[in-house]
Design a protein around this ligand. Structure first.
Ligand code: AMP
Length: 281
């Protein structure tokens, strides 16, 4: 079922809730793939009805060309969901339904979570993410909302968002879905050629190498190793490689035995910006 107005979505959900169903929300920007599907299946394992929103949110893009080139194919997405999960309620709002006449971000106090990595390199990105999700949570009023660890920093920011807004939704993190070569599925992969898709496996290789090295090497040695790996592949431009404490998402140069750490990468392959991350424990 594809719904594009807030009003009819709320009417549909009202009935489902009255019948005692719990509601799961999976927010997406479309160009659906196996990664999204893993979230949807996770949502079905915990909720009776699942809403998948498809909305390319303009306020979270800091780069106009990136927004313009973001892959969009609503009919293909609808077909994809019909094939895999025909019961899914697909919400495809127009920009006006979400933002009325003012397409603008609110600003949130996300603290340290947005000072580095995506927050540092994509100015205003997380305010845009927070703005759209706050609205989607208000419209759908889900019991739970599902987010991928593929965008781990976003997952943590969303948990912080609901702490700030007090919206009664449980945020559930789901593992990153990868192809058999380790490449994390992403809508941006649709913009890569076959040979670039092969090259993109370098990101996973770098992360797994970092993980293997972590217990016996310094952070600086690992950073050098990863930088060299990317230098040896000039079709890539490494934007950042960071090892951070999982607790606060602040990049670190030291290791403490009682802490958990995670490595993050953002890199351009041609014009396409790819991100990934991995727990180092
Ligand atoms: P997007 O459409 O890229 O905004 O992603 C929508 C949701 O799907 C976000 O919560 C992402 O973290 C999640 N997601 C995207 N790719 C993957 C993946 N490969 N594995 C798990 N979750 C993913």
């Amino acid at each position: 079922m594809v719904i594009n107005s807030k009003k009819s979505l709320q009417e549909t959900l009202e009935i489902a809730k009255k019948e005692g169903n719990t509601i799961g929300l999976v927010p997406t920007m479309g160009a659906l793939h196996e990664g999204h599907l893993s979230l949807i299946n996770f949502a079905y394992s915990q909720c009776d009805r699942v809403v998948v929103s498809i909305f390319v949110n303009p306020t979270q893009f800091n780069n106009a060309a990136d927004l313009e080139k973001y892959p969009r194919d609503l009919s293909k997405d609808a077909e994809f969901l019909k094939t895999h999960n025909p019961e899914t309620i697909v919400f495809t709002p127009e920009i006006k339904e979400i933002y009325s006449d003012e397409v603008k971000s609110e600003s949130f106090e996300f603290g340290n979570f947005v000072n580095f990595m995506e927050g540092e390199f994509r100015t205003g990105h997380f305010d845009g993410v927070g703005s759209v999700l706050k609205r989607l949570f208000d419209i759908v009023k889900p019991d739970k909302a599902f987010f991928g660890e593929k965008d781990y920093q976003q997952l943590r920011v969303v948990k912080k968002l609901v702490e700030i807004t007090g919206q009664p939704v449980e945020i559930v993190g789901c593992p990153t879905s990868r192809n058999k070569f380790g490449l994390a599925q992403s809508s941006r992969n649709f913009r890569l050629s076959d040979s670039q898709l092969k090259e993109a496996e370098l990101i996973y290789e770098a992360l797994t190498r970092a993980k293997k090295m972590f217990s016996t090497n310094s952070v600086e040695t690992i950073e050098k190793e990863v930088e060299q790996l990317f230098q040896a592949h000039p079709s890539f431009e490494l934007e950042y490689f960071s090892i951070v404490k999982e607790k606060d998402l602040i990049p670190t140069k030291t290791k403490e035995s009682e802490e958990n750490y995670r490595a993050f990468i953002a890199a351009f392959l041609g014009e396409v910006r790819l991100i990934d991350n991995m727990a180092l424990y």
